[in-house]
Design a protein around this ligand. Structure first.
Ligand code: 5GP
Ligand code: ZN
Length: 123
């Protein structure tokens, strides 16, 4: 019996605020957001950690990374330049791995964190 909370979200056994879904990936809002925009990109396939990913998962990892800027853009987080070329906006993409990496949920996920500051712990 798989007791993984993100597998249960992917299987729609427990609810989440889903913002994107395709055959391989699901994106939903973090339940305890660290910033105005805090989304989690997960593969539907269960992998405990980034370190559990193998060469055969390279395409899946690539899809996760390629989706992040599209989702960030949809949520108004894309970096933009003004007429003077000064950048504003932007976001973080983050994968915590293992205890020392601060991982709490052992189903691979990528955080997409952005929006107007201040955020938790950020100026
Ligand atoms: P980690 O530290 O493992 O990288 O981050 C796990 C994230 O998952 C945390 O930011 C936490 O708030 C979020 N999270 C944990 N349980 C749930 C849940 O049941 N639903 C949602 N939407 N997010 C969750
Ligand atoms: Zn899982």
């Amino acid at each position: 019996m798989n007791n993984c909370i993100f597998c249960k979200i992917a299987a729609k056994q427990i609810p989440a605020a889903t913002v994107y879904e395709d055959e391989d990936l699901l994106v939903f809002k973090d339940i305890n957001p660290a910033a105005p925009v805090h989304l989690l990109i997960i593969p539907k396939l269960h992998l405990d950690t980034l370190s559990a990913a193998q060469e055969e998962h390279a395409g899946l990892l690539g899809k996760m990374l390629a989706l992040a800027p599209r989702i960030a853009d949809e949520y108004g987080c894309a970096p933009v330049a003004n007429a003077d070329g000064e950048l504003s906006g932007g976001y973080k993409t983050l994968i915590n791995t293992g205890p020392d990496g601060g991982q709490e949920v052992y189903h691979l996920h990528m955080h997409v964190i952005g929006g107007p500051k201040p955020w938790r712990g950020q100026r």
